[in-house]
Design a protein around this ligand. Structure first.
Ligand SMILES: *Cc1c(COP(=O)(O)O)cnc(C)c1O
Length: 389
């Protein structure tokens, strides 16, 4: 048997763990204990399944993109259609799981932080569904940039709290949300939106998102009678990618490729590639690869895809990179826009700009991926939100 990852302290190799104020330890222990019970409770799993299928629209199709395959010169490219889910992206898999945990713990309020607003919308959605109050921290800058998502959250009954401290962007919102949680932990659950944060979040979020990879395994075995050669997904914090990768961790022949946002280019400093151009550090309560300046201050991430501009990455990805289990690459804004146009024009599917990074990587390196390969790409979200770009 291979060791479980993470270990009981939430370490993925040297990454992960808990770097939080003492006052949060109780809440993290409570969440750890509740999740340990819930994941073995048939009633919880049945309820999660129910909302996944009846509310969110699972299972999502594994669509064979024949025109795209031809255009890329690859034998078969399948798209895992997370873009077809309610609210338009994979984030709902995680917020549905976490709201069920919050209800089990008797919490009455959800808080979240959001950059582009996608995770805020997914959290406000489940808060409305379960009748919980919801406060979303969002940087002042981001509120201006993402007015439509702010309107959505308000319509769903959430309060959007403008964060003016620091640079008024995502990293400042994370600090404010943690501060709120410290003060209100008795009745409040903090919904982290990706496979980051202190233990137990990276594992919990991974397990909720792993429904993606489990479905892909069943679907691809049915269609191909074998496992795929490559799995490809974009990486912001890394939740859609780990959701696809993790169920294949022990299938050594399946290669995994995570695509980060190179923004204006890695050398420009304006990017979001924590694995490709970052260093080991602490962010959001855990240790991983982060973007920091020479004084150890967290830098702002940048990408044309708002959902990718997170200045860190989940600890499990840093670990997969260290042990060589997955390969991490990056594509620029310009390349991502080409991927966006390619998928729209040849398949009639407008992808989120985040997901377009994964398409763009294949477009760029068709040759590196064997011609006779079977490839599964996670189409993490739909692109209506990105048309103005
Ligand atoms: C938020 C988002 C991402 C990035 O988040 P991960 O945690 O890396 O998956 C990717 N795609 C879409 C559509 C998103 O909304």
């Amino acid at each position: 048997m291979k060791k479980n990852i993470p270990d009981k302290n939430g370490h993925f190799g040297v990454y992960g763990g808990r770097f939080v104020p003492e006052t949060l330890i109780y809440a993290l222990d409570e969440l750890t204990a509740e999740y340990a019970l819930a994941r073995r409770d048939p009633k919880f799993l049945k309820e999660l399944d129910y909302y996944f299928s009846e509310y969110a629209g699972r299972p999502t199709p594994l669509y064979e993109a024949k025109n795209l395959s031809r255009a890329l010169g690859i034998k078969r490219v399948y798209l895992k259609r997370e873009d077809l889910l309610h609210t338009g992206a994979h984030k709902i898999n995680n917020t549905l799981g976490q709201v069920l945990l919050a209800v089990r713990m008797g919490k009455k309020r959800l808080i979240a932080e959001t950059g582009a607003g996608q995770h805020g919308v997914a959290t406000a959605t489940v808060a409305a569904l379960f009748g919980l109050s919801c406060d979303v921290y969002m940087g002042e800058e981001d509120i201006h940039r993402q007015a439509l998502n702010v309107m959505r959250m308000k319509l769903l009954g959430a309060r959007v709290i403008s964060v003016k401290s620091g640079t008024g962007t995502l990293k400042d919102s994370m600090t404010e949300a943690l501060r709120d949680w410290v003060t209100n932990v008795r009745h409040t659950h903090y919904v982290i939106g990706t496979v980051a944060g202190p233990q137990p979040y990276p594992e919990i979020v991974r397990n909720f998102q792993s429904v993606i990879g489990r479905e892909v395994k069943t679907q691809v075995l049915k269609k191909e009678r074998r496992l795929p050669d490559y799995l490809v997904a974009c990486v912001g914090g890394g939740s859609n990618a780990i959701g696809l990768f993790h169920p294949f961790f022990r299938d050594k022949k399946v290669k995994m490729i995570g695509v980060e946002a190179a923004g204006l280019g890695l050398s420009s400093g304006k990017h979001s590639a924590s694995l490709g151009g970052g260093s080991t550090g602490i962010l959001h309560g855990s240790k991983s690869k982060v973007l920091e300046d020479k004084f150890g201050q967290i830098r702002n991430a940048y990408s044309v895809a708002a959902g990718l501009d997170y200045p860190g990455v989940g600890p499990e990805h840093a670990y997969y990179q260290d042990i060589g289990r997955a390969l991490y690459v990056s594509v620029t804004d310009r390349e991502a826009l080409e991927g966006f146009k390619l998928l729209a024009s040849c398949e009639g599917i407008i992808p989120a700009l985040e997901s377009a990074h994964a398409i763009a990587y294949l477009r760029k390196t068709g040759r590196a991926v064997r011609k006779d390969a079977v490839v599964v790409v996670c189409l993490s979200g739909r692109g209506d939100k990105d048309l103005h770009e």
